[in-house]
Structure formats: C-alpha cells, structure tokens
Ligand binder design. Structure first.
Ligand code: GDP
Ligand code: IMO
Ligand code: MG
Length: 430
C-alpha cells in the first residue's frame, strides 16, 4: 500500500534526519525537501562511506526515486551545483532524478553578505546563523521582491529584477553598514551560468506530487532543522527563518495536508543545539563534554561545536503536539552507553511555579530551571544493535519513560550512524 510520510526534527536540528530518510526511502517514488536551504547538513553513512548533503534530498544514494526540491526551499544555485558535482564525480546519477520547483526563492551573494553584517552588528546578541543568507532570502520572499528559480528561465526578466533588488541592497550596504557595494555585472554573469546548468531541472513540483498521489505512489517529505528552530513555534529570535514544523510541508511543497499518513519525529536521546539561544538542560560540565565527544557533536555544515545537554521532555512533548507526530525515532542511543545515571527533564521551575508548557519568549525560557527525573544508566554497549530484545533493561526503561513523558510511541531506535545500525519496531510504511 502506498503511504505519504514526513520525517521531521523534533529538537534543535541534527537529530539524524538524513540517516532515517535514507533508510526509509528505498521504495518511495519521491523524497521532497520543503523548507530550509544549505544551512542544513544531513549525514548518511552506508557501508561505512559518509555522505553529507545540504540541499539534495537524502534519498540520492538509493537507486531510484525522484529527489525533489519544493518551493519552500531557499536555493543557492552555486551551493546546489557544487553538491551535484560532488555526487556526480562519485558516479551517482543526479540530473536524472533531481527536480527543482520553479517557485523557489534564490539565495544570491547579497543575502549571505547581509547575514554576516547583521550577525557582526549584533555582537554578543548574535543568533549564530550558519551565514548562508537564509534569513535575508526568506525576508525577500515575504517582502515580495525575491528572485525565484522561474526567473532563471528568462535572461531579460532576471536582468531587470536583479538590477532593482541589487540597487536596494547596495544602498543598505553602503549607507547603513558602511560596506562595499556588490557588482551587478559579476552577480548577473554568475547567475546566468548557473541558469544554464539548472534550467532543465526547474519544473512544477505540485503537478508531479499530485500525479504520484493519483497513481498511489509513496512520497516522503524530508524536514530540515528542527521544531525548536521554527520561525513561529521555536525559540524566537534564536530560530531559522522557515516553518520547520509539519505545517510547512503543505505550503513548502504544494502537497495537500489531507494526504499525509504518518509523521515521524526524529529525536536525539539527549539534546544538542548549535548557535545562540536558551537551552534549559545544557550541561557545561564533564557529562556535557562526554556527550559532545562520544556523539561527535560538531556541526555538519559549519563545523561548529554543538552544545549538549540532557533530554528535555517538556520541549519534545511540545514538538509532538505541534507536529501531530505519529511516532518517534530515537537516535544516538549508543552515545548514552556507560553513563552511571541519566536525567530527563520533565518540567521547569519558572518564577516559583512548576510548568510543563514552555514559555513563548527566549528570555523567559532562559530563566527556566529544569526539574529532573533520574534513571539508572547501562554498562553494556548498544552500538549497532538491530533488535529490541538485545537492549539492556535500563535502556528499555529509559526509552519507555521518555516515550510516556512526551506522549508518542517509539517506532525506530538508531544505535549507530550507519543505515544498518537501526532497530525498527514499527515501519511507518507498513
Ligand atoms: P541531521 O541534520 O538531522 O540529518 O543530522 P546530522 O547529520 O547533522 O547529525 C547527526 C550525526 O549523528 C551524524 O554525524 C550522523 O552520522 C550521526 N548519527 C545518526 N544516528 C546516529 C546514531 O544512532 N548513533 C550515532 N553514534 N551517531 C548517529
Ligand atoms: P539540519 O537540517 C542545527 C541553526 C543555526 C542558528 C539558527 C539560524 O542539519 O538539522 P540560519 O542559518 O538558519 O539562519 O541559522 O539555526 N541551524 C541549525 N542547527 N541543524 C540545522 O540543520 C540548522 N540549520 C540552522 O545554527 O542557530
Ligand atoms: Mg544536520
């Protein structure tokens, strides 16, 4: 039977979405990215070989199936072409399977420049963006001045739009940031070169999705970032500029919300975050360092060290509710091997009250003190286990309590980075 499923991050990103999309995409007709851009870094490990993807859907190592970039994605043509070429050099057919929506907003050099100037100007208050120009590109979309992938199909249209928008940006750079203006001729020439390479791949994605739906073919939607980075529901302003939650799927791809059958929340067995912003369960001690080292918690896109902490059930419960998660995939369970005691945050102390719904603003979340439940750890290794019955009893108890606190069943458990290092309790496609 065909099914349409979504794979989303339920924390602050880097939960292991790429691994699970690769795992689940063997028999799907299409995998679709619907938001974010090359700020994402999704890691796949197949037979020990590591592949890091930023824009191309994480099903590209499979033999078949379309890899679609939906209208909600902000596309740097330069980054996309680099990523395509890296895969093509490895002998992976990309052009045959990749299609890009004609309604994607383009990230152009002035977006990345503005992203950096803004972060520098904010100083200690910086968001800690990936510097890829994501926020400024989404701003252009909302301000209705964006240059989109369909504009790459007409040199005349592209030239006119670029002229107008660059005049605006160069005014901002020179007058507000006292920075050098960017060259219109250079950007136009580069973009026209990119247009030549990408034009055959630019198409109407909603039409493809609707046709697959009519033919009863399965589609998988691949989220980027995570629920707590959602521009509306995340820890604003320390968020990305798109809707990373399930609501973004329909708007970012053109696939009707009634057609989704299952939403899988990828959830790390502990918590990490890259960049600034509140993080109630953060550990600035030896345990935090242990998780960081053992979990190799270094950003896939920027190489920055990820902040680490205990599992926060208050925040993941909120993610379960916001996304209507059908089930969870718990990743990196093996990283907890060997810890004497594990802690799960089940509530916060906030202004002398006990709360289980996170406050709306970042300043208040930063004041929340986690209330922990302590559970015994396990001594034996779970690394690479493939069957639930092989797990130590205390690992089973930890998972059961975590699932109970957040209010969602566990469908998959990941015990290592490789595709095969996985325990499947309930395959979303069954
Ligand atoms: P994504 O952005 O959600 O796709 O996640 P990233 O790829 O940025 O980060 C997840 C990291 O954890 C990658 O290096 C993965 O190879 C690795 N990983 C995924 N699942 C597991 C797991 O179960 N155990 C371990 N040890 N590593 C994992
Ligand atoms: P994946 O898909 C983790 C974070 C940045 C910063 C904030 C805003 O690999 O899970 P942006 O450049 O988007 O304006 O930065 O969001 N961020 C991520 N953190 N994983 C990601 O993607 C992220 N993409 C953006 O670190 O705090
Ligand atoms: Mg990542």
């Amino acid at each position: 039977m065909s099914k349409n499923i979504a794979v989303l991050g339920s924390q602050w990103g880097d939960e292991g979405k790429g691994k699970i999309v690769d795992l689940l995409s063997e028999k799907v007709a299409a995998v679709v990215r619907f938001q974010g851009g090359h700020n994402a870094g999704h890691t796949l490990v197949v037979n020990g070989e590591v592949t890091k993807l930023h824009l191309i859907p994480s099903s590209i190592l499979r033999k078949e199936g379309l890899c679609l970039i939906g209208n909600g994605v902000v596309v740097s043509a330069a980054a996309l072409i680099t990523e395509m070429n890296e895969l093509i050099t490895r002998g992976i057919p990309v052009r045959e399977r990749l299609k890009i929506s004609n309604a994607c907003v383009l990230i152009l050099p002035y977006h990345a420049a503005l992203d950096k100037y803004r972060e520098i100007a904010k100083g200690k208050q910086a968001i800690g963006t990936t510097g890829r120009g994501i926020g400024p590109a989404y701003e252009d979309k909302i301000a209705r001045r964006a240059i989109r992938t369909c504009d790459l199909l007409s040199e005349e249209r592209l030239t006119l739009k670029l002229k107008e928008v660059l005049t605006y940006y160069n005014f901002l750079f020179e007058k507000f940031y006292q920075a050098e203006p960017l060259s219109f001729d250079t950007i136009l020439a580069e973009t026209l070169e990119h247009a030549k390479i990408l034009r055959d791949l630019i198409t109407d994605i909603p039409a493809i999705l609707y046709e697959l739906k009519q033919k009863h073919q399965s589609i998988l939607f691949e989220g980027a970032q995570g629920t707590l980075l959602d521009v509306d529901h995340g820890t604003y302003p320390f968020v990305t500029s798109s809707n990373t939650t399930a609501g973004g799927i329909a708007t970012g791809s053109g696939f009707g919300p009634r057609y989704l059958d299952y939403i899988l929340g990828i959830t790390k067995a502990y918590t990490t975050r890259v960049g600034g912003g509140p993080f109630p369960t953060e550990l600035n001690d030896r345990t935090g360092e242990y998780l960081s080292q053992k979990g190799c918690e270094v950003g896939t896109t920027t190489g920055r060290k990820r902040r680490c902490g205990w599992f926060d059930a208050v925040l993941v419960k909120r993610a379960v509710e916001l996304n209507s998660l059908s089930g969870l995939c718990i990743t990196k369970l093996d990283v907890l091997d060997g810890l004497e005691t594990l802690k799960i945050c089940s509530a916060y102390h906030f202004h002398n009250q006990l709360i289980t719904i996170p406050p709306c603003n970042a300043e208040d979340l930063a004041l929340c003190q986690p209330v922990y439940e302590e559970l015994p750890g396990w001594k034996t290794s779970t690394f690479g286990l493939k069957h639930y019955k092989q797990l130590p009893e205390n690992a089973k108890k930890y998972l059961a309590r975590l699932s109970q606190l957040v209010g969602a069943p566990i469908a998959i458990i990941s015990t290592g980075p490789d595709r095969e290092e996985t325990i499947i309790l309930n395959n979303p496609f069954d």
